[in-house]
Design a protein around this ligand. Sequence first.
Ligand SMILES: Nc1ncnc2c1ncn2[C@@H]1O[C@H](COP(=O)(O)OP(=O)(O)OP(=O)(O)O)[C@@H](O)[C@H]1O
Ligand SMILES: [Mg+2]
Length: 279
Amino acid sequence: MIEVSALRKRYSDGTVALNNVSFKLDKKISAIIGRNGAGKTTLMKILSTQLMPTSGNAKINGLDVISEADSIRKIAVSIPQEARPVDYMPAMDCVKLYLAARGFGPKRARAAAEKALRTVGLGDAMDKVAYELSGGMKRKVFVAMAIASDADVIFLDEPTTGLDPFSRVEVWSAIRAIKGQIILTTHYMEEAQALAEDVMMIDSGKIFAHGTVDSLLKPFAGLVRVESSKKSRSSYRIGNTWISYMKKSTAKSLVGKDDVIKPVTLDDLFIKRGVNLES
Ligand SMILES: Nc1ncnc2c1ncn2[C@@H]1O[C@H](COP(=O)(O)OP(=O)(O)OP(=O)(O)O)[C@@H](O)[C@H]1O
Ligand SMILES: [Mg+2]
């Protein structure tokens, strides 16, 4: 359970990355979505005790991120956005070493590492050193560490960025198999929709939507998204495309032959908020 109250982070150069956010995450898998610079990594770093907040407080399973950081580190693990394995170390050793640092004995570490590497699809690459792995495979080594750790709370900052669609699905099922509570960030709406019971959307350091996918999409019930090259009344601009929302029956009779009708997704919450997803 994650409980956050009036959390604020102002970096030394004056950037306010988190602006008084308050929320509770208690579902098995929660996804935090937001475009580049929204504040996701800042939030993940504070929750996983790698960064001090400027004010406010946050608790992980009842433990305070400032005064009880050491206790949190025993029950929580974090896979940072930029994490890459050490170049000359075999994938197996990377995971084993990580588990040893978390207190696993050698036998338990080997068995857990092997199982986790197989789960993420690296069964045949366990003995390859990191520089022989592709970018996506390197990312999977870290997902394997998180899976093998047996932690109560797991923070995954963009776990599937750079993975091909097949690998992404592979990692999704690995994430589903994790026992603890998972908080992940992603830029992929379909990832949040496929994985998370709870979705939190963040923009410019503020949370503007939070709930299940179904509850977030409720305002769009019965509507489709129409993408057109021409501006219409109450349309939103993304690059050279104008987007509007209407009933499917209306859309069919109204749209021009170059217009595209699409189902509504979580993207549309950003579009309605005026966030240009292309910038
Ligand atoms: N150490 C730092 N010093 C100053 N500003 C920072 C620092 N780290 C992050 N920021 C700023 O804080 C804001 C939020 O950054 P953050 O990394 O949390 O975004 P993000 O949502 O994770 O983005 P992305 O999707 O690109 O990973 C950005 O404006 C960023 O430039
Ligand atoms: Mg980030």
